[in-house]
Design a protein around this ligand. Sequence first.
Ligand code: PMP
Length: 449
Amino acid sequence: MRSATRNPIDEVRNVVMDLEMQNYWMPFTANRSFKTAPRLITSAAGVHLIDPDGRRILDGSSGLFCVPAGHCRPEIAKAVSEQLRKLDYTSPFQFSHPGGFRLAEKIASLTPPGLDRIFFANSGSESVDTAMKMALAYHRANGQPSRQRFVSRELAYHGVNFGGLSCGGMVKNREGFGTLLPGVVHMRHTQSQKGTFTRGQADAGHDLADDLQRAVDLHGAESIAAVIVEPVVGSVGILVPPKGYLQRLRQIASQHGILLIFDEVITGFGRTGNRFAAQTFDVQPDLITMAKALTNGAMPMGAVAAGTHIYDTIASAAPENGIEFFHGYTYSAHPVATAAALATIEIFETDGLFEQAADLIGPFQEAVYSLQELPLVTDIRSFGLLAGIDLATAERFGQRGFAALRKLFEAGLMVRVTNDTIILAPPFVMTPTQIEQMVSIVKDVVTRL
Ligand code: PMP
């Protein structure tokens, strides 16, 4: 009899009330204060997240930039569940399963021609460290083992493992973890002017890429393995490369035998209006890292697309029938993650999601730039389906980002914040009306902050 009156929302709420919250050490979270005002999500559907009270929250950041096709896609659930029943795991070392080859072929059909060898990892951070090790292995195989330095940028985010962290340029992420990897040189970031409300790429600033030349002049090209950049900087609040900047970086790198790594963990899979940002900017890197949208966020997976020349050079230096690259993860090309990724790419293709994303950019940016009229908004930067909205720092209270995050969540919108910046990165399946709704929530909340 009781089951007939059971309210599913009450059930979820009761389970949540039972949580002790003593054991889970949450990442990038103020753990001590979390339990005083826990923000919990218990389910999701389409462009909405659902909290224990059954409240629907619009997902304005696609999770962490990783759910372009919308939440809980039945196609992915089906593929994952079938795979779990058929083959849950097999070692990726010396053995494989057909899905790994199929997925690599699929990814290679999306990356720019020439970036055809796909290596699998389980996250963006692992993909970055893998790409860095590939760069080192390439130069060693090419008879230039002295090339061990990496050049990256201030304000960059390349994950939290030691390679990517060393290249990263977000101060809070780095401080407290010692000297990190030696031999990393940071170029200046590209946000030379604030408050310009530039839409898309700035006309000026491409010469900031000459910092790579300065690194060469100072340290010698023969010491530099690779330069790594996010084509559009994501986590720090959307920094768009000035026109010609990435081209100039490519030119200097090629001139000095330095590899160019594009970290496309955010920009990969349609976010800038093409499959990869390399295509949007028409710049060919030697290595591309990817993760997040690769499985629509449903399974942890990352990958590196390596230029044919990278693979061929490393392979030709290895003894015949010997292992070429002494690197890999227990879960590289995990069968279940592979199934999720194959299902995701199929959704992209059958639903025309790459095209849908490109079509949504106009309405998205139109809506986002209407926030310019708010007195608290000091700058807006947008490219593709990414936007960073800067708020004026409050004199008495310091940074407003987290206050905005909490208030937006209460008002029914999930965003990502960093310092004083609100980041929007909607799923590609948001309708223009939902985009309007998202921006109007931001408008209301920011007006009242
Ligand atoms: N590189 C970039 C550009 C990223 O944005 C991120 C994650 N935001 C990473 C690497 C790290 O990815 P993960 O959190 O999956 O390790």
